[in-house]
Design a binder for this molecule. Sequence first.
Ligand code: ZN
Length: 137
Amino acid sequence: MTKRQQQIFTRRSLSIVRNLNERLKKLGYSERVSIGLVRDALGDAIGKQCPYCEETITPRTMSLDHPTPLSRGGSPAMLQVCCLKSNREKGCLTAAEFTKFLEDVSTYSKEAQREIHRKMRAGGAFFRLQARLRKVA
Ligand SMILES: [Zn+2]
């Protein structure tokens, strides 16, 4: 990693662990994950391929994924690293469900694939906005 990438890694990994622990608290989990665990997992994944889309993971695109989503009872420490784009699209699907979805979508035309992936990612933004609005109300 270059010095710049190292800075991004340090900043983003801290924000990732804070967001994760905030989510754990909100979801009623008593466990918290440590910055050390998260940085080890993220650091190991830099330069490797995203398990879903095979794009190379960088400090800018790294993201923590729970193969069994926390919202569906997944264990906080059972995590893997994938790219941000795939993680947004995966939402609260399990790794197996999302992989099946990707396989199914890959049978569509390139044009249809682009449209479906775009809608899936935008849907995630829609649900995040709804959650934020609920918090304000
Ligand atoms: Zn990906």
